[in-house]
Design a protein around this ligand. Sequence first.
Ligand code: ZN
Length: 292
Amino acid sequence: MPELPEVETVRRGLEQKLKNFIIKRVEICRDSTVAYPIDKKAFIEGLQNSLIDKWDRRGKYLIAELKKTKSNNIDANEILFVNNGVLVVHLRMTGYFTYNDIITHPCKHTRIRLFDNNKNELRYIDVRSFGQMWWVRDGLSPNNIIKGLGTLGPEPFSKNFNIRYLRKVILNKTRSIKSILLDQTIVAGIGNIYADESLYSAGISPFREAKTIKENELKKLKIAIVEVLKKSIGAGGTTFSDFRDLEGENGNFGLQTNVYRRTGKQCRQCKNLIERQKISGRSTHWCRKCQK
Ligand SMILES: [Zn+2]
């Protein structure tokens, strides 16, 4: 599943590719991909004639700011832009975008197609179909409409994600520190890969009860999270259409992991073998010697 670094890589790719992309035609190939508005016609009409102005990211959500084009009555050559809300995308397990500047036949996993006037296409493909899109019109709050977005914890790179905050969230928590890191309402954007890698870097066992993590360990953990995420964003600078290779075991970052998907391989620090065990249904990779 794409996590913060992969989604950030996609965001950068979209921003680079889609300069002055004005959506002229919308094709919904699978209804369930559109989460909001419920009325598919409203989704299509909402997006039509919208300029994709800017791509933001919050946690694992991609957020495109839209401007609606209106031709100026006084001067027909001049186009006016007014705010037209946001298009929000969550890739979930297998969602990804391709940008096509020549017409190609869509594969059977194509869910949404957005075309501009010059036959360029932004295509959304999703094999497992858990990904979703929302169009939230101007004046409505995306945080109210998209529950997962409204309840997100702080971004790992923001100043709100600090030791005081971490101390507060682990207080009295008997859950494992790994499950705390995976909880999107506590910190946004971390998934299985980066939880395992950060805990390894910080020398903390993923099975530790959160409340037992000491102050100096919390500091190490916070630094490890930021460093691991930054490093992997740096490694994610691939071409846009190659994103698919970025997720899972074939990913660029996957080559450099210390524990994730290295079960049975030697720890890079102590040569002990990396182990794998489940925590709340998620495979957890760790070194018994280096992580206490
Ligand atoms: Zn080790």
